[in-house]
Design a protein around this ligand. Structure first.
Ligand code: ATP
Ligand code: MG
Length: 647
């Protein structure tokens, strides 16, 4: 891996929220005296009834409980709206940038407050009460945030389902949590294409287990004609307009649920992750402020869809709790052209930009010109989340997108963690491309070997967390046993992340990939991230995915899938060159035994490579691909199966 270090920029540090010295001392306090540390940080939220208890946690599988601030009472939507009205009422809360570049608007905190109150009153009038589940199946339009906050206002539990999911995926999620009301739109609009959301809901509701749904509220987005079933289906716009713009926020216990959200499904059946109200909001808002070094005049843009946890914590709850201006983007990075992200940055003078490696790699493939033709002068900090960012992609993001001027925060976290756990703080921690660097305040990562022994110093193994933090998930909805089994049985007394990691001599963490994906070549454990990054570092490679395959002598061999950059053609000579390249970059042990050309890779809807499926193809077991319902484009798989190298 590139051993390069990008030191903290002294000019950035001079104004930063956290400096290097402060990081060291605050981190030390946060882990030695978490009770007092989190008591203080808990004060950033407005409580209706203050908490006296801070932390009540046991990671013991037989007595598992995770409670934070549990006697406190609050309302999450009041924290995101009402408390800003006096000083920030006229500040823009949401900038909406539509799929169509001519479609954008600003919504102030005062307007958003009124919209949320009307929606909350509507939900109440339709019989939704505290604890009821509401599914939100909407495009990236302001109504999605309004719907989430309206649920929070009345204490209902939202379950946002990404608008790209099929009727079956939607039905499964509705059935799993016995949803009472669904909020959807006539159609979605992404990259100029229409998505039949309402028709999908109609189909989903014919599936078994979905009879709990009493009402479907339909937002008019494109105006397309849709079938309305009476009395079940109602138009959102007409009903909302008739409601009062005042709605008293429901007092909600800190440990009452705020939302259910299903994980991406990279490793199998998605888990219904349950997050509660108090600790989650404290953690989402605190990390958002510090990791992005938030200022009052920032324009913050996280490109994630609200269907993912990043959209929950870092498009809606974190930014709004902090009184920030948050941009919601309905479109895609490559429509109308591959310069779109940077046009939006210029149009709205975005200062903080947060996206995923998959988007960065896709844009890198198109070269520098689409980026260079936009100014991007407003940018001051860049972020990455979702997968390990290959050092090559990191360098490109830094050099081209950030003009070498903007620090990058590579943030490691999970749906389960509610917020960012391992990340640089731009004014405090020197960056190393490809490393998520150091733990955030209160986070105690540890690396264990295959026997479960905690390792000291520089080492590599499985990543666990030995103590809780306020944003941690509380259970798998409706299946507490699965929660215990998945996260707390493997390493007793600790939360198991499912990820592998390396810690270097400077105490930096490098996520090496998912533990399930580790390849064992002649007794050597090889993480997927390192081999993939070596391949991506080749000038002709756009993207790569690496899995293990059966190998008579070595036990496991290395099987690589490679996507070339636009304009590059596959050839046997190039295949040999790439294999030799990895051998030189990492060593003979990591050189791929098989290298298959992949016009594109199977990914989850959130853009993560699904190695589980690639592994089955490499094992010549295309009939055992398992659950593929969360794939973004199932047709990608057929091609890879046809062209597989082991039969
Ligand atoms: P499932 O749990 O259903 O298989 P998933 O793990 O992809 O799906 P998410 O919660 O969306 O669902 O993703 C979290 C995972 O994403 C992490 O466990 C890690 O593997 C990966 N990840 C996220 N951010 C980073 C990062 N900055 N560096 C490395 N890996 C990351
Ligand atoms: Mg996961």
């Amino acid at each position: 891996m590139s051993g390069k270090i990008y030191p903290v920029d002294p000019a950035f540090a001079a104004k930063a929220r956290v400096t290097g010295e402060q990081y060291e001392s605050l981190y030390a306090e946060s882990v030695s005296d978490p009770e007092n540390f989190w008591r203080r940080i808990g004060g950033r939220v407005d409580w209706i009834a203050p908490f006296s208890q801070v932390k009540d946690v046991s990671f013991d599988a037989d007595d598992l409980h995770i409670r934070w601030y549990h006697d406190g009472v609050l309302n999450v939507s009041a924290n995101c709206l009402d408390r800003h009205l006096t000083h920030r009422g006229d500040k823009t809360a949401i900038i909406f940038e539509g799929d169509d570049p001519n479609d954008s608007r600003h919504i102030t905190y005062r307007e958003l407050h009124a919209d949320v109150c009307r929606a909350a009153n509507l939900l109440r009038n339709l019989g939704v009460v505290k604890g009821d589940r509401v599914a939100i199946y909407l495009p990236m339009i302001p109504e999605a945030a309004v719907a989430m906050l309206a649920c929070a206002r009345i204490g209902a539990v939202h379950s946002v389902v990404f608008g790209g999911f099929s009727p079956d995926s939607l039905a499964g999620r509705i059935a799993d949590s016995q949803v009472k009301l669904v909020i959807t739109a006539d159609e979605g609009l992404r990259g100029g294409k229409k998505v039949p959301l309402k028709a999908n809901v109609d189909e989903a509701l014919t599936r078994p287990g979905t009879t709990s749904v009493e009402t479907v509220l339909v937002v008019k987005r494109t105006g397309a004609p849709v079938a309305m079933q009476t009395p079940r289906d109602r138009w959102w716009g007409a009903l909302v307009a008739g409601q009062s713009a005042e709605c008293a926020p429901e007092p909600v216990g800190a440990e009452d649920p705020l939302f259910i959200l299903y994980t991406s499904g990279s490793t199998g059946k998605p888990k219904g992750v349950l997050h509660t109200s108090g600790g989650y909001l404290v953690y989402a808002s605190y990390t958002h402020e510090l990791v992005f070094d938030l200022r009052d005049d920032d324009v913050y843009w996280c490109t994630a869809d609200v269907g993912w946890v990043t959209g929950h914590s870092y498009v809606v709850y974190g930014p709004l709790a902090n009184g920030a201006t948050t941009l919601m983007f309905e479109g895609v990075p490559n429509w109308p052209d591959t310069s779109r992200f940077w046009q939006v940055v210029d149009k709205h003078k975005v200062t903080l930009f947060y996206t995923a490696p998959t988007a960065i790699r896709a844009l890198m493939r198109e070269g520098e010109e689409p980026v260079r033709k936009a100014s991007r002068a407003s940018l001051r900090l860049l972020g990455s989340v979702g997968e390990p960012i290959n050092p090559e992609a990191w360098e490109w993001y830094h050099r081209v997108v950030g003009d070498g001027r903007c620090p990058i925060v590579d943030t490691w976290w999970q749906t389960e963690t509610g917020g960012i756990l391992i990340t640089p703080l731009a004014g405090a921690i020197d960056a190393k491309p490809g490393s998520a660097t150091k733990p955030f305040f209160g986070i105690k990562p540890a690396i264990v070997d295959t026997n479960g022994q905690v390792q000291e110093g520089a080492c590599e193994g499985n990543l666990i967390l030995t103590d809780s933090w306020p944003g941690q998930m509380r259970t798998v909805y409706g299946d507490h046993q699965r929660f215990v089994e998945t996260y707390f049985k493997t390493y007793p007394g600790a939360y198991f992340t499912g990820d592998g990691a390396r810690r270097d001599a400077d105490g930096y963490y490098w996520i090496t990939g998912r533990v399930d994906d580790v390849i064992n070549v002649s007794g050597h454990r090889i993480g997927t991230a390192e081999v993939e990054s070596a391949l991506v570092a080749h000038p002709k490679v756009a993207e790569a995915a690496v899995v293990g395959c059966p190998h008579d002598i070595k036990g496991q061999g290395i099987y690589a899938y490679v996507t070339l950059k636009a304009g590059e053609a596959p050839s046997d000579a190039l295949r040999k060159e790439l294999i030799a390249w990895v051998r030189k970059e990492i060593g003979p042990i990591a050189s791929p035994d098989f290298l298959q050309w992949a016009p594109s890779l199977p990914k989850t809807r959130s853009g993560k490579i699904m190695r589980r499926i690639l592994r089955k193809i490499a094992e010549n077991a295309p009939d055992q691909l398992g659950d593929t319902s969360t794939l973004a484009d199932p047709s990608v798989v057929a091609n890879l199966v046809d062209e597989r190298l082991i039969r």
